[in-house]
Design a protein around this ligand. Structure first.
Ligand code: ADP
Ligand code: CDP
Length: 235
């Protein structure tokens, strides 16, 4: 095992390939709230495989290689950039906390791309694109690539979810560098990392747990999200 994070275990398969095992653990508040949600690992692995495969078919290169049909995906090994890229279509969550002028779910005039420095101790602070470049985390060209790619991901996900009667509020992406130093989209796209509402305004994502809800409701919501997308997964 190379790394154990809050929601995944990462194993080295060979010098270019990793195995990612999705855990049933669910966390919120930078890991301060933690619980076991049986079924979450399978649901998130299946959804991540589904979304990354779809993005690949849309020409958006990413780390996904293979899915075992259970809780494991095989991915290209990357050198991760410690940045969380958040794309927002509607005001919610930390955007409202930092600027309470927004009413929740106000549609943004254009999608917003934010950079957050990945650090639980610092609570993933929002940083400027200039900070990303000046600190040496990414070059200016890389920042431009990440913004354009993240907006393309947003278009693909928004379209697919809306076909299923679902509204994409926001989501988080991560990127890493391959052996040629090229940035590649990585990590996961699942109920843990997106906010999505059904036509009745119900969350099919981790917001339920963040607000203090139980794990049974969370698993039901994740299973419904998979079902709406036509992702076949038995929990
Ligand atoms: P966290 O580190 O936030 O607790 P996880 O439990 O999801 O997160 O752990 C997965 C780790 O694997 C994260 O640190 C993520 O940045 C990293 N990662 C994701 N994709 C890749 C990849 N293709 N190559 C190397 N590391 C990756
Ligand atoms: O409201 P909160 O502080 O959790 O965060 P946010 O910045 O409003 O989150 C925006 C989007 O990024 C949501 O879809 C979160 O699920 C996702 N996110 C994530 O996946 N991981 C993080 N560490 C933070 C946000």
């Amino acid at each position: 095992m190379m790394y154990e994070g809050k929601s995944k275990r990462v194993y080295v398969k060979n010098s270019n390939t990793l195995i990612m095992e999705f855990k049933d653990t669910v966390t919120a508040l930078d890991g301060a709230r933690i619980a076991e949600a049986p079924g979450k690992g399978i649901l998130n692995a299946a959804l991540t495989a589904y979304f990354f495969d779809m993005l690949k078919k849309e020409g958006i290169e990413n780390h996904f290689m293979d899915y075992d049909g259970c809780r494991v995906i095989t991915v290209k090994k990357l050198n991760m950039v410690p940045i969380e890229v958040i794309v927002r279509n509607y005001a919610y969550g930390s955007l409202i906390k930092r600027l309470p002028l927004f009413k929740p779910l106000t549609k943004l005039t254009t999608p917003l791309v934010e950079f957050h420095y990945k650090s639980d101790e610092l609570h993933d602070p929002l940083i400027l694109p200039e900070d990303v470049v000046n600190s040496g985390l990414m070059s200016l060209d890389e920042v431009k690539y990440v913004i354009l790619t993240s907006l393309r991901v947003n278009e693909v996900l928004t379209r697919r979810l809306s076909e299923c009667g679902l509204r994409l509020i926001d989501f988080k992406l991560e990127y890493g560098r391959d052996l040629n130093n090229k940035l590649v989209l990585a990590d996961e796209i699942s109920g843990d990392t997106i906010r999505v509402l059904d036509s009745d305004g119900r969350h099919l994502d981790k917001e339920l747990f963040r607000r203090g809800g139980g794990v049974d409701d969370l698993i039901k919501a994740y299973a419904l999200l998979a079902q709406r997308l036509g992702v076949n997964v038995t929990v």
